[in-house]
Design a protein around this ligand. Structure first.
Ligand SMILES: Nc1nc2c(c(=O)[nH]1)N[C@H]1C(S)=C(S)[C@@H](COP(=O)(O)OP(=O)(O)OC[C@H]3O[C@@H](n4cnc5c(=O)[nH]c(N)nc54)[C@H](O)[C@@H]3O)O[C@H]1N2
Ligand SMILES: Nc1nc2c(c(=O)[nH]1)N[C@H]1C(S)=C(S)[C@@H](COP(=O)(O)OP(=O)(O)OC[C@H]3O[C@@H](n4cnc5c(=O)[nH]c(N)nc54)[C@H](O)[C@@H]3O)O[C@H]1N2
Ligand SMILES: [Mo]
Length: 697
C-alpha cells in the first residue's frame, strides 16, 4: 500500500520547502517538491531529495554508545536508554552538587526545531545559564543591529515583488536561509525585479545581476557608507520619511563626509562609479529591498556592518513598504520566554560565561569561542561537563585546534547526533537521534518569521534513535523536574500551539500557519525603539560606549594585510549541497561535491603555478590546511574563497575522520577582540598564503 504525505523539508538545512513523501510498507520510497507549497512552489534542492538516503543510511547511529577506550579511539559499549539516561542524570546531579550547575554547558549549533528551546528550558531548570551556541556568528548580529535601529528583523517582501533586490553577502539562491526559499527570489526576478549583488565571488546569480559589487572581504561597512553618501549627495534620500521617522540624520550626513568615494574605493576595491550606480538603482527603483546575508556577521565589527545596511534601508524609505523590507509577524504561539522558563534563572545574564562581556541581552547564548575558552582555561570559571546537540564544534567553531583540546579536557562529554562525527568521537556518551519525518515536529517556532511550519512524523526512526525533544524531556523527568517536563512529548507540541487554539493533530492538517502581514505599522504605533523612530544615531550604543553612528574600522587581522607572508585575503561561503559540516556521508551529495574546493582567480593560479584541480596549502597565522584549487573566472586575484565544513567520514577513527586536513577553522582565530555588541569573530577577510602541494595531496 502506497500513501503520499505532505510535509516541509527540515534538518537538512533551515528547511521549509513543501514536500510530497511517498511511503510504502513503512519506508519512504520517494521525496518530491510540493507544487502547492506557498513558500517553495515545488522547489526542492539536492539536500531535500537526499532525505531518503539520510533516513536509510547504514551509518545512522541507532543505539546509545558509552566510551570504553580513550577519547576518539572509537571503542564503545552499546547500552540501552535506561542506562544512558541514568549515567547522564547521575553525572548532572553529581557535577551540580560538587561544582555548581553553572559548570555544566549545553550547546547547539544552528537551531533546527523545538529542541533548542527545550535545551534552554532544561538548562534553566537545572540552574545553568550556560547554553553555548553560534548565534554570534549567525543571525544575531543582523537581528540585534536591526532591532536597535528600527525595532524588528527585516524580511524581504519578495511576493509583492520589489523592483530592486540587493543580495548583500547572501547567496540565497543556494542557501535558502531560514526558510526564505529562493524560489521566491527567482519568481520576483521573473517578474522583473532588478538585482544588485554584493559579493566578492561569482555565484549562480551574479550573471543575472544588473550590478555586481565585489568588495574586499570584511569591508561591507565602508561600502554601505559609500552608497549612503551618494544618496545624500545626489538627493536620493527619502527625506519625507527621514524627517518624520528617523533621528540622527544630520549626524549621519556629517559622518558620511568621511567617506568620499575615492576613499571607499580604496578600502573596498569596488570602483567608485559602480558604487554610485548601485546607490542610484537601489534608491530610485522603488520599492527596493535588501537581503542581508551571513557574510555581514563574520568580522569583529559585524554589528557595524549590519547597522550600516539597516540605515541604508531607512534612508531609501523602504521600511515596512509593500515590496520593501518588512516586519515579520509570527503567528500566535506560546511565548518563548515562557517556553524556556526564563524566570527560573533571573540572574542568568550576569551568571553566563559571557557575563562580563556585556553583549546585547538578545544574545541569549554564550558565544562559541567563550565556551572554548572556559573549557580550556577555566576562565571565568571551570566547566566540567557539556551536553552537545546538533553541533560539530570541531568543524564549526573558530580555532579548531583549541576546540579539540578544550573538548578533550572535559570531565564528561555527551553528544546527541545522527551520525558519528569528529566531535561525537570525543564523547563519553553518544546519543542516537531521530531525524526529520521520524517524529512530530514544528518548524520555525521562536524565529522572527511570518509563518510556522508543520513537520509531522511519517515513519519510525531506525533502531532505538530518539528525537532530541524526547531525550531532553525524559532527562528532565529523570532528574526529578516533573513539574517542568511532560508525561509524553505530544503534550509539548500541544502546549506550544495552545495560543493558536489548535492541537498538533489539527495543526498538522493545516501544515502552515501565517501571522498577519502589516505594512507601515509605525504610523499607528511608532517604531519599537526608545525614540519611536528609526535610530540612525543609536543612543543605546552610545550608552554602551560604542559608536552611535555607523563607521568603518579595519579588522585587526586585515589591518596587517596585504603582507609579504600573507598576500591574499581569505573568505568562505556555504556549500550548496551540504549543511556546514554535515552530510558528507550521503552518497548523492558527495557525488556532486566530492572534495573541498578552494576558489582562486586565474591570475593567482598562473602566478603560483597552480593548475585547476591541484591540491594546495592554504596557510594563515593559525595553521595550514589542504584543499583542491578551483580556478574561477571573475574572482578578484587577491581573494581566495576556501571550502568550509570539511571532514572525511570515510577515513575512520584513526585520523579522527581527517578532521583537520581541510577544515577552514584550523585557520581562524578565537581570541579577542570580538565584536563588542554581538561577540562576532573574524571568519572572513583573513590574510592568507597559498602554495601548491606536492604529490596528489
Ligand atoms: N569558518 C566558518 N565558520 C563558521 C561559519 C562560516 O561560514 N565559516 N558559519 C557559522 C554558522 S552561520 C553556523 S550556523 C555554524 C554551524 O555550526 P554547527 O551547527 O555546529 O554546524 P554543523 O556542521 O551543521 O553541525 C551540526 C551537527 O548536527 C547534526 N545534526 C543534524 N540534525 C540534527 C538533529 O536534528 N539533532 C541532532 N542532535 N543532531 C543533528 C549533524 O549531523 C552535524 O554533525 O557554524 C559557524 N561557523
Ligand atoms: N546549502 C547550504 N545552505 C545553508 C547552509 C549551508 O551550510 N549549506 N547554512 C545555513 C546557515 S546556518 C546560514 S547562516 C545561511 C547562510 O547563507 P548566506 O547568507 O547565503 O551565507 P554564506 O553562504 O555564508 O555567504 C554568502 C555569500 O557571501 C559572500 N561573501 C564572502 N565574504 C564576503 C564579504 O566579506 N562581504 C560580502 N558582502 N560577501 C561575502 C560569499 O561569497 C557567499 O556567496 O545558510 C543556510 N543555508
Ligand atoms: Mo548560520
Amino acid at each position: 500500500m502506497e500513501k503520499v504525505y505532505r510535509t516541509h523539508c527540515a534538518r537538512m538545512d533551515h528547511g521549509g520547502c513543501g514536500l510530497l513523501v511517498t511511503v510504502k510498507d513503512g519506508q519512504v520510497t520517494k521525496v518530491e517538491g510540493d507544487p502547492d507549497c506557498p513558500i517553495s512552489f515545488g522547489f526542492v534542492c539536492p539536500k531535500g531529495l537526499a532525505a531518503i538516503e539520510r533516513l536509510h543510511h547504514p551509518h545512522r547511529l541507532t543505539r546509545p554508545l558509552l566510551r570504553v577506550g580513550s577519547r576518539g579511539e572509537g571503542r564503545w559499549r552499546v547500552i540501552g536508554w535506561d542506562e544512558a539516561l541514568e549515567i547522564l542524570s547521575r553525572k548532572i546531579r553529581e557535577v551540580s552538587q560538587r561544582e555548581g550547575p553553572n559548570s555544566i554547558v549545553f550547546a547547539q549549533g544552528a537551531p533546527k526545531g523545538l529542541e533548542f528551546w527545550l535545551m534552554m528550558r532544561l538548562a534553566n531548570v537545572i540552574g545553568s545559564p550556560n547554553v553555548a551556541g553560534i548565534g554570534n556568528m549567525c543571525h544575531m548580529p543582523r537581528e540585534i543591529s536591526s532591532v536597535l535601529t528600527f525595532g524588528f528583523w527585516p524580511e524581504v517582501d519578495y511576493d509583492h515583488p520589489p523592483r530592486c533586490i540587493v543580495l548583500w553577502g547572501s547567496n540565497l539562491d543556494q542557501t535558502n536561509e531560514e526558510s526564505t526559499i529562493s524560489s521566491r527570489l527567482r519568481r520576483a526576478l521573473d517578474r522583473g525585479s532588478s538585482l544588485i549583488i554584493v559579493d566578492p565571488r561569482p555565484t549562480r546569480m551574479t550573471s543575472k545581476a544588473r550590478i555586481w559589487l565585489r568588495p574586499r572581504p570584511g569591508t561591507d561597512v565602508a561600502l554601505a557608507m559609500g552608497m549612503m553618501r551618494v544618496m545624500v549627495e545626489e538627493g536620493l534620500v527619502d527625506m519625507e520619511f527621514v524627517r518624520k521617522w528617523t533621528v540622527g540624520f544630520q549626524e549621519l550626513a556629517e559622518r558620511l563626509k568621511d567617506y568620499p568615494l575615492e576613499r571607499v574605493e580604496e578600502i573596498t576595491w569596488v570602483p567608485a562609479h559602480l558604487i554610485r550606480e548601485a546607490a542610484r538603482l537601489y534608491s530610485k527603483e522603488r520599492p527596493s529591498a535588501i537581503q542581508m546575508g551571513n557574510a555581514l556577521e563574520h568580522t569583529t565589527s559585524a554589528h557595524q556592518a549590519c547597522r550600516a545596511v539597516a540605515c541604508l534601508m531607512a534612508l531609501s524609505g523602504n521600511l515596512e513598504e509593500p515590496g520593501g523590507n518588512v516586519r515579520p509577524s509570527p503567528p500566535a504561539f506560546m511565548r518563548l520566554r515562557e517556553f524556556v522558563l526564563m524566570d527560573r534563572l533571573p540572574e542568568r545574564r550576569k551568571m553566563m560565561l559571557s557575563g562580563s562581556w556585556n553583549f546585547h541581552p538578545l544574545l541569549a547564548t554564550v558565544p562559541a569561542q567563550l565556551a572554548t575558552k572556559a573549557f580550556l582555561e577555566g576562565d571565568p570559571h571551570p566547566i566540567k561537563m557539556a551536553y552537545l546537540q546538533g553541533t560539530n564544534p570541531l568543524l564549526s567553531y573558530p580555532d579548531s585546534n583549541r576546540v579539540r583540546k578544550a573538548l578533550e579536557g572535559l570531565e564528561f562529554l555527551a553528544v546527541a547526533e545522527i551520525f558519528m562525527t569528529p566531535t561525537a568521537a570525543l564523547a563519553d556518551l553518544v546519543l542516537p537521534v531521530a531525524t526529520h519525518m521520524e517524529f512530530d515536529d514544528i518548524g520555525n517556532y521562536g524565529l522572527p518569521k511570518s509563518f510556522v511550519l508543520g513537520r509531522p512524523k511519517i515513519v519510525d526512526p531506525p533502531g532505538e534513535a530518539w528525537s532530541d525533544i524526547r531525550i531532553l524531556n525524559q532527562l528532565g523527568r529523570r532528574l526529578g523536574f516533573k513539574d517542568a517536563f511532560w508525561e509524553d512529548e505530544a503534550q509539548i507540541l500541544d502546549a506550544v500551539l495552545s495560543p493558536s487554539g489548535l492541537t498538533y493533530e489539527e495543526f498538522k492538517e493545516r501544515l502552515i500557519l501565517w501571522g498577519e502581514r502589516t505594512y507601515r505599522s509605525y504610523i499607528q504605533q511608532g517604531f519599537r525603539t526608545p525614540s519611536g523612530k528609526v535610530e540612525l544615531r543609536c543612543d543605546q550604543l552610545r550608552e554602551r560606549g560604542l559608536d552611535p553612528l555607523p563607521g568603518f574600522e579595519e579588522t585587526t587581522e586585515a589591518a596587517s594585510s596585504p603582507s609579504k607572508d600573507y598576500p591574499f585575503i581569505l573568505t568562505s561561503a556555504k556549500n550548496p549541497v551540504f549543511f556546514h559540516s554535515a552530510w558528507r556521508q550521503i552518497p548523492s551529495l558527495r557525488k556532486i561535491s566530492p572534495e573541498p574546493l578552494c576558489e582562486i582567480a586565474p591570475e593567482t593560479a598562473a602566478l603560483l603555478g597552480i593548475g585547476d584541480g591541484e591540491w594546495i596549502w592554504i596557510r594563515t597565522e593559525k595553521g595550514s590546511i589542504r584543499q583542491k584549487a578551483k580556478i574561477v573566472q571573475g574572482l578578484d586575484p587577491r581573494v581566495v574563497c576556501a571550502a568550509y565544513g570539511w571532514w572525511y567520514p570515510e577515513r575512520g577513527y584513526e585520523t579522527l575522520f581527517g578532521w583537520k586536513d581541510a577544515n577552514i577553522n584550523v585557520l581562524t582565530c578565537d581570541s579577542p577582540p570580538f565584536d563588542p555588541l554581538v561577540g562576532s569573530v573574524n571568519l572572513r577577510g583573513i590574510p592568507c598564503a597559498l602554495e601548491r602541494a606536492q604529490g596528489d595531496g
